[in-house]
Design a protein around this ligand. Structure first.
Ligand SMILES: [Zn+2]
Length: 333
């Protein structure tokens, strides 16, 4: 394989300079309304001397708001005097998607979390992924990527890491999850790992931590508070900012298999039969999908394929065949 060409992205910040810098990752993007235009992705670097480096991202999906709300605030307020090492903050990673309020990019329909390792000569989304893959991830010791459910899902608020083949790496990630102190902490199973930022970071040996803090295409007061307190806790836990971790009670959840998920088999109107956090028994009807094209049709029953608690649910009132209807998680230890 020939060597990849350099990234077309130019940072306006210097990653080796002490102090606070607010700048951009500038990606040339020539288009009808701006011949020599760029996509300018906001970035903040807070550095003070040598020490560990954290890479913090929100807006990997453009319709999830707890991460951006926590990270624009952190970038505005973090004092380098309180830092040992480096904090790199990109509050809206898929910036075109974030500006459009959509999960994927309006430019190329790119889902950032399915675009890794990216391409320097690919689409806008692939070029951003490539820059993270080759320029930003290698700088980091700990990588924290905020997610929420977006417009189509709603979650109980949890911080999460993946079970990994490298148990030392896995243990560090779960320790950071514990420090985040969300109401729930998750040992996560993915249904579709190819192209994920998570996988890219983990394969580089980084400590990778993520969240699902709510959803519905908005943020709640409680979930924003969880995000803001949690990220400070993680930076304290990593020794990058001073002060003690503010521990809260967390309940550990596991997603042991694909049986966690249920999917709609028909289009219709969804009626949730249990609320987020409620206990669910295997075989229990967790949702019903009502046919709307005519009257007199019995609803499709969505039954839990395992016992646990309702960790996520389809958010909008209408659902389509193939949509994820519910996620059940098991409370552990
Ligand atoms: Zn997401």
């Amino acid at each position: 394989m020939s060597a990849l060409r350099p990234s077309p992205i130019t940072p306006t910040v210097d990653f080796e300079r002490d102090g606070v810098q607010h700048g951009f990752l500038r990606l040339p993007y020539s288009r009808d309304d701006s011949a020599w235009g760029s996509v300018t992705i906001p970035i903040c670097v807070v550095r003070n001397a040598k020490g560990p480096a954290a890479l913090l991202t929100g807006g990997n999906h453009g319709d999830e708001y707890e991460g951006p709300l926590a990270l624009y605030e952190l970038a505005r307020t973090l004092d380098p005097k309180d830092v040992t090492g480096t904090v790199i903050i990109v509050p809206a990673m898929n910036y075109p998607a974030f500006r459009a309020g959509t999960r994927t990019s309006p430019i190329d329909k790119g889902n950032m979390n399915r675009s890794f390792p990216g391409r320097p000569d690919g689409t806008v989304t692939e070029k951003i992924a490539d820059y993270f893959q080759r320029e930003l991830l290698p700088r980091a010791d700990i990588v924290f990527d905020f997610h929420s459910g977006g417009k189509t899902l709603d979650f109980v608020p949890f911080c999460a890491a993946h079970t990994l083949p490298d148990k030392a790496q896995e243990e560090k990630a779960f320790a950071a999850v514990e420090a985040f102190s969300a109401p729930f902490s998750m040992r996560m199973t993915e249904i579709d790992t190819v192209g994920m930022y998570d996988t890219a970071a983990e394969e580089m040996g980084k400590v990778f931590v993520t969240t699902e803090l709510g959803g519905g295409g908005t943020a709640r007061a409680e979930t924003v508070r969880i995000a803001r307190r949690g990220i400070v806790n993680v930076l304290r836990h990593a020794g990058i900012i001073s002060g003690a971790v503010e521990k809260g009670r967390t309940r550990w959840l596991d997603m042991p298999s694909g049986d966690c998920f249920t999917f709609a088999e028909e289009d219709g109107m969804i009626e949730t039969m249990v609320d987020l956090g409620d206990k669910v028994d295997e075989g229990q009807v967790v949702a019903r999908i009502h046919s709307v094209g005519r009257t007199g049709v019995a609803p499709q029953e969505i039954k839990a394929r395992m016992s646990g608690l309702l960790a996520a649910r389809h958010f909008p009132g209408l659902i389509k065949a193939g949509d994820c209807a519910s996620v059940i998680a098991v409370e552990v230890g």
